[in-house]
Design a protein around this ligand. Structure first.
Ligand SMILES: [Zn+2]
Length: 145
């Protein structure tokens, strides 16, 4: 909904930010579309997630496409729900990584962001799915959901 305070969104609200480029790639304006769908950091994370979750490698052109990705293909409901959670957590981690770089100068790597996505989503899934015992090794293979 373009409400998170990217540089582009702040500009629309009358806030001037001198450094308006993405701090990760310096190629494009800091915007929702760029941060989550086009930045090399996001592309790397999505590639790892597609491999991990055994879905075809995907490219999206809008944030809306991204949060609807779990409905593509013919997966069961449990797998769709898990994938949806993974995608939302990945967006959260990309936003945190963007902020850490912009405000603290800490440059994230695709592997670090992906590792955080996998760990955080494991705890989320384990405690939300009500499956009783659910193991880390199953989550790493994205099986037995
Ligand atoms: Zn970028």
């Amino acid at each position: 909904m373009d409400r998170i305070p990217t540089v582009e969104a702040l500009g629309k609200r009358g806030v001037v930010v001198l450094d308006d480029m993405c701090n990760f790639c310096h190629g494009y304006t800091d915007s929702v579309t760029h941060i989550f769908t086009a930045c090399p950091l996001a592309l790397g994370v999505w590639e790892k997630i597609s491999f991990w979750c055994r879905i075809p490698r995907f490219f999206v052109f809008s944030f809306r496409d991204l949060i609807e990705m779990h409905n593509v293909g013919n997966k069961g409901q449990a797998e769709r729900d898990a994938l949806h959670g993974v995608l939302l957590i990945a967006c959260w981690q990309l936003w945190k990584a963007r902020n850490k770089l912009r405000f603290n100068g800490v440059r994230p790597s695709v592997d670090e962001v992906f590792r955080e996505v996998r760990i955080l989503s494991f705890f989320w899934f384990k405690h939300r799915a009500k499956k009783g015992v659910f193991e880390w090794r199953d989550w790493c293979k994205f099986v037995n959901l």
